[in-house]
Design a protein around this ligand. Sequence first.
Ligand code: FDA
Length: 311
Amino acid sequence: MIGQVSKAFFHLLAGSQLLKQLASRYGMRSPGSFARRFIAGETIEEAIEAARAIEAAGMAHTLDHLGESVATMAEAEGAARAYLGLVDKIVAAGIERNISLKLTQLGLTIDRATSVDNLRRILDAAAAHEFFVRIDMEDSPFTSVTLDVFETMWQQGYRNVGTVLQSYLRRSMDDARRLNALGARVRLVKGAYKEPRAVAYQKKAEVDAVFIEIMQVLLTEGAYPAIATHDPAMIDATRRFASARQIPPERYEFQMLYGIRRDLQAQLTASGYRMRVYVPFGREWFPYFMRRLGERPANIGFVIRGIIGER
Ligand code: FDA
């Protein structure tokens, strides 16, 4: 319940232009600025530097050029070009080839056909260089269309692509079975948006219970699933289930967000588990940053200290 209230509160704040301006001014301007805890930087070069450090620590990564819900075709085209540029820079840097993106960033809310064309351009460039591309899952008005676009790409023969399911959505177990039947790679998360009761479980206990059920179905029937959570209870449940079913650690991976539970990331890696870190970067970091605050209101103290320290 508290989680829902804080999500709603931060969702409201995320719409504030004043806050956005303040955050943009203070959040990223020096290496010690508060937003840098969760965002690797505003440039590709900074993201690549973060990715190299993650690789050096024995972990994998996926790079996400932040942006969502663009309002014009020109912005959607800009986002597509930015991703094509990212593919080239990652190849040139010689780091692991794995990216994450959002369909609303490619123009889904303006024109579905254009966003699909943009996605196809990125998937083609990515396939030519053996990248894996993850289509992130956004809020529930986009669930069906995201899965439809994903399945269309799959039917057209793209195999370098996977998507995300959120355990707070009542529909996700059905979706998990459908994606498993295709042989598609799924990232399982709890879900980061404020959703209505009609479509989503509201209590943490329910979201957690469904997370465990879907994790089990993905581990037994799925294709190299990603269990993406910082919750030690979810991680323990996954480890126990995999070990009881003799599912080796190479058959799945854990994923966590940049800057969150770095201790646990290192600990799991040292214990022989695969760990991928989601590395967000770019100038459009404000909505992503606000979702991270909404998940853990204690982070706000850290931000306030950061702003006071910056001035
Ligand atoms: P939970 O919220 O219960 O937190 C468990 C513990 O983790 C907390 O007690 C705390 O210790 C730590 N923690 C969690 N969030 C924190 C924060 N912001 N700051 C500091 N500590 C924190 N969502 C979505 O809707 N669509 C998507 O595509 C993705 N993609 C994605 C990729 C990856 C790699 C991850 C790890 C997560 C996502 N998410 C996502 C976000 C996800 O839905 C969820 O909101 C967050 O992971 C937080 O949920 P937890 O599973 O960590 O559990």
